[in-house]
Design a protein around this ligand. Structure first.
Ligand code: FAD
Length: 467
């Protein structure tokens, strides 16, 4: 049979494309070499957020006396914790399988590559241990994602030098760990593992951890990490590394020498754009990323690419949205991918989330902006929750009062950012938001008051202001 859409890769990009395609009436095939759900469900977002939640339980127990509760000595069994994490992944994987069954999406197990493209019907080759087969489809969507990158002199060996897959399947906690890379993934693992008692060193070649976060947030998270005993070295790349019998030794450019039982590579992602026959299919590349237009179309007719492999924003929700755009276009709708209001969250303590531009970017672009700030310390719900460590910063345009960026550090930042993303996407002004009644007591009132503060009108902010 000839499918309407054949998707290579079943991560959040690929599976969202498959389901949206089926919802629009397409007969869909999906080729997956490992497990449905991809990096996100199996080796990324979901398992890390389960372990993050476990680490937050440990934090709450250690801080229980703030509520007058004596929690006593806390202990945990790491193997059991990992078992629970596997159960969460299995539960969600089961849900995905069921969705695929309901939508009658055919799954082909094996490694996919493009055999033919550019004509009215394309052909995907599927290689599996039992041999090769071919799937014919009018549209092909490449959604092959990415893997942990490594660099000389430290290569991932799965034993002492780990990638995200290895660290998420550890049988026991190492006594000490060097995390190479202070970006989102490196900081999230540092936060989780330090909470579980691992001696963590975090090294970052750039001059700050979380390089894409607002400078003040990056500085505060560093401070909080250091207060918890996480050793952080920035501005010094690795020049030498050795895997020894008892661990890993690393030498940095500034002469610092570090030794730990294991190392975790979190320097970025290697795009899975190789072995797909892309060059032969005439698909244009931008380095190792597949080049696409706003409709997620590649340079070959009927072939789309989405998710990490297009090298735009390596986030699960971006992959999913790109998948929906590609599937809709494949089914004759007109959709464009819009990256202008993409939120992102960083699961450390305190949590971080943002949407839009930061102050440095606005200054660099000579944009006139106002700043509104509101501290968690003055928000009733945050104080009641004993989560006073945090703030909301809102950046609005002096010209039209619309949202340019929102940056949150504090409890539930990852949930709060949704309102800011919607406001930005809808082109809301300060007046639109301050006219919207927010429930009390909620953390969302901190967002409201930060907005009001852009005009000096936040009710609960100290420092009298009369206009
Ligand atoms: P993937 O999820 O990488 O899926 C690609 C799929 O394609 C895989 O299943 C793979 O087996 C399959 N595949 C590859 N090549 C072939 C082939 N030739 N044939 C058949 N199948 C193939 N993002 C967030 O938004 N929030 C988070 O909290 C978050 N946390 C993360 C934590 C970690 C530790 C990591 C590593 C990543 C995290 N991410 C997070 C990023 C997120 O996981 C990715 O952006 C997302 O998974 C990308 O989706 P994708 O569909 O493009 O690719």
């Amino acid at each position: 049979m000839i499918y309407d859409i054949c998707i290579i890769g079943g991560g959040p990009g690929g599976y969202s494309a498959a389901i949206r395609g089926a919802q629009l009436g397409a007969k869909v095939a999906l080729v997956e070499k490992e497990s449905l759900g991809g990096t996100c469900l199996n080796h990324g977002c979901v398992p890390t957020k389960n372990l993050y939640s476990a680490s937050e339980v440990l934090r709450s127990l250690s801080e229980a006396d703030r509520f007058g509760i004596k929690a006593g000595a806390v202990s945990f069994d790491f193997a059991e914790m990992m078992q629970k994490k596997n159960e969460v992944v299995a539960h969600l994987a089961g849900g995905l399988q069921k969705l695929f069954k309901d939508y009658k999406i055919d799954i082909f197990k094996g490694k996919g590559s493009i055999e033919e493209s550019g004509g009215d019907v394309g052909k995907v080759r599927v290689d599996s241990p039992s041999g090769s087969s071919f799937v014919e489809a009018e549209n092909i969507i490449i959604a092959t994602g990415s893997e942990a990158a490594d660099i000389p002199p430290l290569r991932i060996d799965g034993m002492k030098a780990l990638g995200n897959r290895d660290v998420l399947s550890l049988g026991e906690l190492p006594d000490s760990l060097i995390i190479v890379g202070g970006g989102v993934i490196g900081c999230e693992f540092a936060n989780i593992l330090a909470r579980m008692g691992v001696k963590v060193s975090l090294i970052e070649a750039l001059d700050k951890i979380l390089p894409h976060a607002e400078r003040e947030i990056s500085r505060l998270i560093r401070k909080r990490f250091e207060e918890r005993g996480i050793k952080i070295i920035t501005g010094s790349p690795i020049v030498d590394a050795e895997l020894k019998g008892s661990g890993v030794s690393i030498k940095l450019a500034d002469g610092t020498e570090l030794f730990a039982e294991k190392a975790l590579m979190a320097i970025g992602r290697r795009l899975n754009s190789f072995g797909l026959n892309l060059e032969e299919a005439g698909i244009e590349m931008d380095g190792t990323a597949i080049k696409v237009n706003g409709k997620m179309e590649t340079s070959s007719k009927g072939v789309y690419a989405i998710g990490d492999v297009v090298g735009k924003m390596p986030l699960a929700h971006v992959a999913a949205r790109e998948g929906i755009v590609a599937a809709s276009n494949a089914m004759g709708k007109e959709e464009q991918m819009d990256y202008s209001a993409v939120p992102m969250a960083i699961y450390v303590h305190p949590e971080v989330a943002s949407v839009g531009r930061g102050e440095e970017a606005l200054k660099a672009a000579s944009v006139d902006y106002r700043v509104g700030r509101f501290p968690y310390l003055a928000n009733g719900k945050a104080v009641a929750m004993r989560e006073e460590d945090g703030f909301v910063k809102v950046l609005t345009s002096v010209v039209d009062d619309k949202v340019l960026g929102v940056h949150i550090m504090g409890a539930h930042a990852s949930d709060l950012i949704a309102e800011a993303a919607l406001a930005m996407k809808m082109g809301c002004t300060t007046r639109d938001i301050s006219d919207t009644v927010h429930a009390h007591p909620t953390l969302s009132e901190a967002l409201l008051e930060a907005w009001e503060d852009t005009e000096g009108m936040a009710i609960h902010k100290m420092g009298k202001r009369i206009i």
